[in-house]
Every structure is written in structure tokens, then in C-alpha cells.
Ligand binder design. Structure first.
Ligand code: GDP
Ligand code: MG
Length: 279
């Protein structure tokens, strides 16, 4: 970790309703397809961090941790963000649709945000779908008083319109501090971490309640050969007696974990994957 007074670093979390474009925005900001785009709630303890680095410093994105989604009586999505998450990040990005309609879900988020002093940047996404550009002003006006926003940015995550401006604004609110990751870690580390998390998630899912004491996953190697991503990973369990359960009859459980995890990793990387799992 390199101490450097000239560089900034900090944590950013993205919140907002499902399908508002959080994963798309994150993928475009960091310039590659590595954020998990499924809407499954995070069941894992390790957070997925993706890192954006340039000469100004480092932005570490936490992919909407601690959010769980539930529908209220009106069928609206309520997005609950853990208060400690809102407090421990340096900037909150709140993504919304380009509309003047502000529902109970939005007011609920605003109420949660009002409890913390973390700067909130409102991102009005999908402005490429807005035919009349003047309408954007009405969306800004509608949202302006919902919450005490540090900034309001209309943008298109998909068409990468105004995303550079968003990066400028995030850096504006980040403190000077140490760089947590090497520059070249930006692609590699999160990918390995995400691959490990996906395998762990699939393993927990396949094993259901059978392993009470949890498991960890280590990526032993991750290399591209002949356009195929070869991954060797080890599932680590707390007790020897759990090994048999994870492997299953004639290896059937391990096979099931491997094939579901491989499918997800392929989707994430947009690339063929050869996954070898060990216990
Ligand atoms: P998340 O659930 O908030 O992570 O949303 P996703 O990133 O998965 O995006 C949901 C859908 O909205 C996908 O079909 C995206 O392609 C689409 N989308 C995201 N950003 C934009 C945008 O700026 N413009 C348009 N037209 N579509 C977008
Ligand atoms: Mg998503």
C-alpha cells in the first residue's frame, strides 16, 4: 500500500431499484464486464469490490452490498440499504429512472439516506431514452427536494454519456489517501474475487443446509489459454467430514457445483470457461 498525498481513494456504493442500470453503469465505469449482473441478493460475507484507477486515484465500488429487495403492499420495490454501509462509504450513488414519478420506494430510500451525512449523488440514468432533452430538467426539479443531494447527474450508462462527468464528481468527494490496489490489480483481482464468490455462492446453494459451518473458496489459478479461461479453484471446508458431502456420491455434488458456477462465470466474463474444482 503506497501512501501518496496527491492521490485520492475511497469507497462508493450504488443503490437503486432493480433494473435501473446499476450493473451496467459499474461495468462501463470500470471499462469491462466484471460486475455481477444478476439480481440475486448477496449471500456472501466477502464483498465484491471493483476498482477504478486513474492518475487521480482509486474508486472502490461496492456492488450494492447489504441491499435486500422486498415488495411492499403496493407492489413497489423497497430497497433497504444497511445503514452502516451508507456510513462507511465516501459517496453514495443513487440511480433512478428518467421520470418525474417518485414513488414510495424512492421516499423510503430518501429516508434512509437522510440518516447519514455521506454525500449522495443522484444519477438519472437512461437519458438516451428521453426524446425531448428539456424534459431532463423536469426530472431534476422533481428529485431536487426529495433528498439533500450533493450533485445531480443525468447520464446514460449504456451509451456512456456523461459517465466521465460522474467520475469527476465522485473524485471531488473522495478524500486523499492510500491506494489500496496496484494499478494492474484492477482487472485481475476483482475477477478472481468475483469468480471465488460465485463458486462459493453456487456451492452454498447446491449444498443447502448440509454444511452448517460455511466454506471458503480459493482461486489457485486463472489463466486464458486458447481463448478459454482456465480456472483452478479449491473449496475449503472447516471439517474433514464435510469433504465427502461437498464431493457427493461419485463426485456428483462437486460436478453440480462446478457446472452451475461455470455457467455463471461464463456469463460474467462473456468467455468460455474451463473450471476445475478441488476440495
Ligand atoms: P440493475 O438491476 O440496476 O443492475 O440494472 P442492469 O444494469 O442489469 O440494467 C437493467 C436493464 O437496463 C438492462 O437491460 C440494461 O441494458 C438497461 N440499461 C441500463 N442502463 C441503460 C441506459 O443508460 N439506457 C438504456 N436505454 N438502457 C439501460
Ligand atoms: Mg444488477
Amino acid at each position: 500500500m503506497e501512501e501518496n498525498k496527491q492521490k485520492k481513494s475511497g469507497f462508493v456504493t450504488l443503490i437503486g431499484r432493480p433494473n435501473v442500470g446499476k450493473s451496467t453503469l459499474m461495468n462501463h465505469l470500470i471499462g469491462q464486464k466484471i460486475a455481477i449482473t444478476s439480481d440475486k441478493p448477496q449471500t456472501t460475507r466477502n464483498r465484491i469490490q471493483t476498482v477504478y484507477t486513474d492518475d487521480r486515484g482509486q474508486i472502490i465500488f461496492l456492488d450494492t452490498p447489504g441491499i435486500h429487495k422486498a415488495k411492499n403492499k403496493l407492489g413497489e420495490y423497497m430497497v433497504n440499504v444497511a445503514e452502516h454501509t451508507l456510513k462507511e462509504v465516501d459517496v453514495v450513488l443513487w440511480l433512478v429512472e428518467p421520470t418525474t414519478f417518485i414513488g414510495a420506494g424512492e421516499h423510503h430510500i430518501a429516508e434512509q439516506l437522510s440518516k447519514v451525512s455521506t454525500p449522495v449523488i443522484l444519477v438519472i440514468n437512461k437519458i438516451d431514452t428521453v426524446k425531448v432533452q428539456e424534459e431532463i430538467l423536469t426530472f431534476i426539479a422533481a428529485y431536487k427536494d426529495v433528498c439533500n443531494f450533493a450533485e445531480i447527474v443525468p447520464l446514460s450508462a449504456l451509451k456512456e454519456k456523461n459517465t466521465d462527468l460522474l467520475l469527476d464528481l465522485i473524485f471531488k468527494y473522495l478524500p486523499y489517501g492510500p491506494q489500496f490496489y496496484d494499478e494492474d490489480t484492477v482487472t485481475d483481482q476483482p475477477m478472481r474475487q468475483i469468480a471465488a464468490e460465485l463458486i462459493r455462492e453456487k456451492a452454498l446453494h447446491c449444498l443447502q443446509e448440509e454444511i452448517p459451518h460455511g466454506i471458503a473458496v480459493a482461486i489457485d489459478s486463472m489463466k486464458v489459454r486458447n481463448k478459454v479461461m482456465h480456472i483452478d479453484a479449491t473449496i475449503i471446508c472447516e471439517r474433514d467430514s464435510h469433504k465427502g458431502i461437498i464431493i457427493g456420491k461419485k463426485g456428483s455434488m462437486l460436478k453440480k457445483i462446478g457446472s452451475t458456477a461455470r455457467y455463471e462465470i461464463e456469463k460474467m466474463l462473456d468467455q468460455q470457461v474451463n473450471l476445475k474444482l478441488w476440495v
